[in-house]
Design a protein around this ligand. Sequence first.
Ligand code: PAF
Length: 288
Amino acid sequence: MAAANVNLVAVRDVESLRRRIQGWRREGRTVALVPTMGALHKGHVTLMERAKKMADRVVATIFVNPKQFGPSEDFSAYPRRENQDFEMLNGAGVHLLFAPDVGAMYPPNFATSIRMSGIGEILDGAHRPGHFDGVATVVAKLLLQALPDIALFGEKDYQQLVLIRRLVADLNIPVDIIGVETVREADGLALSSRNAYLTANERAKAPALYAAITTAAKAIAQGENIAAAVSSARENILASGFSSVDYVDARHAETLAPLGSNAEPGRVLVAAHLGRARLIDNAAVPRG
Ligand code: PAF
């Protein structure tokens, strides 16, 4: 990656973040925010690059948010590589890193939680109770701390993206939410920090997930019965060596309501377990 001619500055408290951003605002510059949980990969770099094209200044955040992990989930094991992440962000020409610790985000007596009913309780929300409330709470905080013009999120976490659009509309947070297409390995596996959990043997099986949902998405586009297409995808995923499928479903791409027909914009979404990893992915139903 070409070295960028800016030097990344890291701040850990909200006051310093706001001071820097206010300085840019006074100079008339636009600001993009890219929230992450670190353990950065090429998918994140793509978000940063898109942000740089769309705004004068790019602020990345790294915060492994305890509120979006369930009690039996991988919060403490979640990969943390701050030095490597810093170099990656610097190389990508990001201007500011906001990396608060848990105490700065959730000081003692912190009492507020945003509950995302409906859209936060289906699919991943049904399998990870409270997960999307944690996401919504931290994303609302980050948006209000930075007050950017735009904020970018990957389509890999498709339900999260739809939910964040709902959140900012519901709370009138003045920011444009930009979804950025998933970056994939050559064999189709979506880049994810959790791919680090895969053994070599599991890594070889992992691309079957995307293959199964793209096959289902194409079949739906061609008029196959939606339930039958989804059910074949589930069988293919299990036959490929995944131990279980949390869900695989075809949904309306904007509302995540069950897909009524292939005349609506559709998305096939999946979560499945392979070894220690729980992988999620999604594919658009192609339009004729
Ligand atoms: O997608 C993620 O990495 C996280 O869910 C986010 C949006 C940074 C909130 O913690």
